[in-house]
Design a protein. Structure first.
Ligand code: THU
Length: 130
């Protein structure tokens, strides 16, 4: 199995744990580190709606809290025909902590596209500008 396949499989598995009772829109994400570790996350909604955290940020915050600091790719999975790209907030967090990740978008059965994060977040604001 390739790293990409492992990563997408991990995102699909994480999606099963989504806490999405308000939108019903379940998302899974998984990050790959240079040493081959995979850290996954799912979206987590709550009754205020506005405090929802997307799968990508859950995965990144889990990874950071477990001591990971370098990342090479992220996979995002939803049960849709069209690919589900990371939202703007997630692009910012992924960029600041992951840099120019390879971004794999997939659904439950198919790969739907590969992107570089810098193409999804042109002209980013980050710590280099502080
Ligand atoms: N969501 C994600 O987890 N990741 C994305 O890339 C897009 C949106 C979640 C947030 C919310 O729980 C639900 O999907 C609907 O927006």
């Amino acid at each position: 199995m390739t790293d990409k396949d492992r990563l997408v499989a991990a995102a699909r598995a994480a999606r099963e744990h989504a806490v999405a009772r308000f939108s019903g829109f379940k998302v899974g994400a998984a990050l790959l580190t240079p040493d081959g570790s995979i850290i996954s996350g799912c979206n987590i909604e709550n009754a205020t709606y506005g405090l929802t955290v997307c799968a990508e940020r859950v995965a990144m915050f889990k990874a950071l809290s477990e001591g990971h600091r370098e990342f090479v790719a992220v996979a995002v999975v939803a049960d849709t025909g069209e690919p589900t790209p990371p939202c703007g907030a997630c692009r910012q967090i992924l960029w600041e902590f992951g840099g120019d990740l390879e971004v794999f978008l997939a659904n439950l059965t198919e790969h739907k596209g590969t992107h570089r994060l810098k193409d999804l977040l042109p002209l980013p604001f980050d710590a280099r500008l502080l």
